[in-house]
Structures are given as structure tokens and as C-alpha cells.
Design a protein around this ligand. Structure first.
Ligand SMILES: Cc1ncc(COP(=O)(O)O)c(C=O)c1O
Length: 419
């Protein structure tokens, strides 16, 4: 078959595609699968109740259901939702207008639009890149470029904390030299970070913002797990937005991945460009997530659910997962990234004698799905042994699954580290 460049670029066997397949097969498998892999959120009963109630209100108010299901929204997404969200953000954080808000089919497609809008070949002859200032970084970015080699990234510094804990920090010397050497189109970080659960400090974000404004490029903050919703963040962290920040939110991790709703808050020029991309690629974003979220915000439940249900739910699960894993790995050499948000543990095994990818295969053969670390280093050009020594483990599933999965994980790690 004669293959187009588009196919070569996008129809590839990517890490995110494997991960989504693992997720899908786990849901339909009749064998016992310990799903510590994909990024599916937990089914939290209180959240499901609130969503059902919101849906009932929509069904019962004249015209709302018909509009939600029977009309196309404009290409920048439902405007009632944009106004409702703008009011919420203006009340709690900083002034923002509905014109600064666009919706997309999940934030994954927002990144596809944004990265290809801001990086790649430009008419002035430049080849602009997306700078990822801190890797490991979200697996879903890696293959989003319509042109190859879209990312530049930098090895972080590692701070060892108490016990087995450590934390990555942005290495600003490397970042500044990358900014001097290549033309960047944007800087992008996930905060909380998938896969590590890191939350970049306010100072790190401030410094990145200053660098972005100096180089007149946007700072994209991927806030899929952050404030104000779903609020899966266990540290005090400031939510930042200004005219050179592109803040991306999602309804997925609150419990609505099925509605595919991403939210972008940005300068009007970026919103306009993104909505034109939406129109060409998919006419308009879906309206179901927007309608449910409007109801949750207007009744005040969005903030209460995030603060009093979702965050405590994951924080407890996080403590349980850390305790379980540390007990299971007692006596083994290992480090864990300090979990500050999202719902993953990032395990670093410096004495691992096989690549993490191979450990993943061994675990999969025993029914335990994790994500091998190799996928989380987009844009890295230098060799770094660390990339093959880490695993991402989700703790969103039921405690019993996490416990049994971790017991098998510890057995396989022990074998793979034995001298
Ligand atoms: C950091 C991060 N960004 C973006 C996404 C994409 O989410 P969605 O497209 O469901 O909004 C995910 C999903 O796992 C994620 O973890």
C-alpha cells in the first residue's frame, strides 16, 4: 500500500495507542486483570450520583435535553457553559471572558490543535518546537505532531527526600540553553504531572512564565488533574493564567471521560484559531459534557465535589497505594516520586536488570497492567539510563485490585533485580 505522510505520522504503533488498547481489553476480558495501567478515573459513587441528578434536571427542563442532544454547538463549544465557567473562574481566580474559552473533543485533541498550531514549519522558514521543560511527561503528547520531531525536552534534576521518596525539578540551566539554541513555539507542562504525580512549584511555574514571556511564546499548562476541577492535587499550588498562558482543563478525570470534553482558556487569538481547527476537523465539540458541567457549576456542586469528594477520595487511595507498595517492596532498592497530585505512582528501580518494557511484558503475562517508563520521555535526545528504570502505576482502581496487582508486581521486580 502506498502510504501518505499523514498516515506515516499518525497511524503508528504509538505508546498511547497501546495504552488505550490495554485499557479496552481489560474492560472486556473474562480473565482476572489487575488494571494499574491506563488513565481511567475511578467510578466515585458520589460523583456518579451528582451526574445522574444533573442529567435528570436537564431531562426535565424544557428544551435543554433537545438542545444538548439535537443541536450542533458553535465550533468553539457551548456558550452557556463558557459563560458559566468564565463566571466561576472570575469569582475564584482571575478575570476571564467567555471569548477566552473554547471546548474540544477531550483535551487530547486540544493538544493536537495547539501543538501543530504553535510548532512545526513556519512561513518565515523557522522550524519551531514544543519545549517540555520537565520529563517524564505525558505519554499522549509524543505522537501528536503532524511533522516529525516536534519536541525538545530536558533532563530534570532529582531531589532525594525522606525514605524512598524523590522529586524532579526543572533544570533551568538546560532549559535556558535549549531556548537559546532552537526556536520554540511554546513551552508545555502537565501540572499535576502525568506520569509522576509531580506538582511543579509555584516558583518553577513563575520562572517558566517569565521565560515564555521573554521569548514571546505561550506557556501551555495541562491542568487535566488540577484546580478548580477535578482538583486532584494534594499540595497548595497557585492556579495561574494570563494572556500568554494557555490553560487546558478536562472533564475526564472528574469522571466524564466518555463525554470527551476538553477546555482551553487562552488569548482570544488562540481561541479563534482553535475553533477554526475544530470546525474543519469535527464541525463542533460535543455538548453533553458541557451541559452536565454547566449544571454542576450553576448548582455549586462542581467545587464542592472536587474539594470534598474527589480530592479526598484519591488522597486516601494514594496513601493506601504508597503504603501497600512500600510494604511489598521492603528490602528492595526502589524510589517513589513524591505523589503530589493525579492518581499515579512513579516507581524508579535503579537496580533493574531488564528494561522496564520487558518488565511490563512479564507483568502483563501475569495479568498485571502497568505502563513502562520508556514512553514518557518525548523529545529526549541524550542517553539517560533512567528512562528504562521506571514504571507508572495507577491507583484509581479498587483497593483489592491495587493490593493484588502490587503483590505480583513486587514478585516480578524482586526477580528482575536479583543479582
Ligand atoms: C496529563 C493529561 N493531559 C491530557 C489528557 C487527555 O485527557 P482527555 O482527552 O480525556 O481530556 C490526559 C489523559 O489521560 C492526561 O493525563
Amino acid at each position: 500500500m502506498c502510504v501518505s505522510n499523514f498516515t506515516k505520522q499518525l497511524a503508528v504503533d504509538s505508546g498511547i495507542c497501546r495504552l488505550m488498547h490495554d485499557l479496552g481489553s481489560a474492560l472486556t476480558s473474562t480473565d482476572t486483570i489487575y488494571m494499574l495501567g491506563g488513565g481511567n478515573p475511578a467510578h466515585i459513587p458520589e460523583v456518579e450520583q451528582a451526574l445522574k441528578q444533573a442529567m435528570r434536571c436537564i431531562l426535565e427542563s424544557p428544551g435543554r435535553f433537545a438542545h444538548m442532544i439535537g443541536d450542533y454547538d458553535p465550533p468553539h463549544g457551548n456558550r452557556v457553559f463558557a459563560r458559566t465557567l468564565a463566571d466561576l473562574l472570575s469569582e475564584h481566580y482571575w478575570p476571564v471572558k467567555p471569548e477566552n474559552i473554547a471546548l474540544t473533543h477531550g483535551s487530547q485533541s486540544a493538544f493536537f490543535g495547539l501543538f501543530n498550531m504553535l510548532a512545526g514549519s513556519f512561513s518565515d522558514g523557522t522550524q519551531r518546537k514544543i519545549l517540555l521543560p520537565l520529563i517524564p511527561e505525558y505519554i499522549g503528547y509524543s505522537d501528536l505532531g503532524l511533522e516529525p520531531d516536534l519536541f525538545v525536552s530536558a533532563i530534570p534534576t532529582i531531589e532525594h527526600l525522606d525514605g524512598h521518596l524523590f522529586k524532579y525539578h526543572v533544570d533551568f540551566d538546560r532549559i535556558e540553553s535549549a531556548l537559546k539554541q532552537q526556536t520554540m513555539g511554546a513551552i508545555c507542562v502537565s501540572r499535576p504531572t502525568n506520569p509522576t504525580g509531580n506538582v511543579l512549584t509555584n516558583h518553577e511555574i513563575q520562572t517558566l512564565s517569565t521565560l515564555a514571556s521573554h521569548y514571546q511564546i505561550p506557556l501551555i499548562i495541562d491542568n487535566a488533574y488540577g484546580l478548580p476541577f477535578p482538583g486532584i492535587i494534594y499540595e497548595d499550588a497557585e492556579l495561574v493564567w494570563n494572556e500568554h498562558t494557555i490553560l487546558c482543563l478536562s472533564l475526564s478525570k472528574l469522571g466524564l471521560p466518555g463525554t470527551r470534553t476538553g477546555i482551553v482558556i487562552a488569548h482570544e487569538d488562540h481561541i479563534e484559531a482553535l475553533s477554526r481547527i475544530n470546525a474543519i476537523v469535527s464541525l463542533a465539540p460535543g455538548g453533553v459534557g458541557a451541559a452536565l458541567a454547566t449544571e454542576l457549576i450553576q448548582t455549586g456542586q462542581m467545587m464542592t465535589l472536587s474539594q470534598t469528594v474527589v480530592r479526598p477520595y484519591y488522597q486516601r487511595k494514594c496513601e493506601h497505594a504508597v503504603h501497600t507498595l512500600c510494604q511489598a517492596l521492603e528490602g528492595q532498592p526502589f524510589y517513589l516520586h513524591k505523589p503530589q497530585g493525579a492518581f499515579f505512582l512513579w516507581l524508579w528501580l535503579p537496580e533493574l536488570r531488564i528494561p522496564a518494557q520487558q518488565l511490563y511484558e512479564r507483568l502483563k503475562a501475569r495479568g498485571v497492567i502497568v505502563v513502562p517508563g520508556e514512553y514518557f520521555f518525548p523529545g529526549l535526545k541524550e542517553p539517560w539510563s533512567h528512562t528504562t528504570q521506571c514504571l507508572r502505576i495507577s491507583y484509581a482502581q479498587e483497593d483489592a485490585i491495587v493490593e493484588q496487582g502490587m503483590a505480583i508486581l513486587a514478585q516480578e521486580i524482586t526477580k528482575a533485580q536479583a543479582v
